[in-house]
Design a protein around this ligand. Sequence first.
Ligand code: ADP
Ligand code: MG
Length: 293
Amino acid sequence: MVRLQRHEFSQVRMGVDTLMVVYAAREEQAVRACRAAYARISALEEMMSDYRADSELNQLCQRAVGRWVKVSPELFYVLWRAQKLARQTGGAFDVTVGALVRLWREARRTGKLPDDATLREAQARSGYRLLTLCQRRRAVQLKTEGVQLDLGGIAKGYACDWALRVLRQHGIACALVQMGGDIVAGDAPPDAPGWRIALAEGGATTLQRAALSTSGSTEQYVEIGGVRYAHLIDPRTGLGLTKLTLAHVRAPNGVTADSLATAAAVLGAPAAKQLQQLYRGVVVTVVEADSDG
Ligand code: ADP
Ligand code: MG
């Protein structure tokens, strides 16, 4: 039998370190496969980035106001999944929060919260009902001007799924792809029951042919007036989440794990637990700190 060797690659994609660990018989196979997988992620980034003015997503925000705009199948699928989850969570998960995310980024830069009028104006440009999809035409429409779509809570998990698929097309089944807090695993490494994953709050778990995403308010936040505002927007207030929370979601694929982890962190336990009834093969864990941390 051919002995599989471990190969590891790391590159920045979608603003985060993107790790690929693969087992392959020959190094050149590993290199070729991972190069193709990174290229696939780059292509998805060009569609879905909210940082790039020329991304398909940002162009859509300009062009789809009051009219149908046909989009690529990948972008449509991600928006479709996002809208389904938005309805299921009463808007806790909401990819139209882009205007509010930009206010949060500004608050992080300036150390000041937006004033009431600015906040209200951004809230008027947010809300999942402002985005409508037509499956038959694979088209998207926005109800008002100035809606900024933001796929930061779902696109990385989806990109991990694609990377794993590309690796498999190159004959590599034993692989792990990680983009920040989103991990998708293929077959277990040789002689191991699964991929060993360390958890942020301590401890570890194993993963194979499944995805694990972590989302929460403990890493990215801005502290203003003694209050921490996380990069997760609570659509009810329009501001960053102020409670300390960490959500893990294990799911059959990355797009599900990523989006549900973001939703679970915003919803908080016990509402987050109910997501398990809506998605097959999903396990949601929410760790919430009390007031003294
Ligand atoms: P990370 O990107 O830090 O790994 P997440 O997957 O939880 O963590 O995604 C957080 C990102 O999701 C934010 O940076 C923002 O772009 C977007 N986002 C913020 N609030 C929401 C929300 N309520 N619903 C959907 N997406 C959100
Ligand atoms: Mg997420």
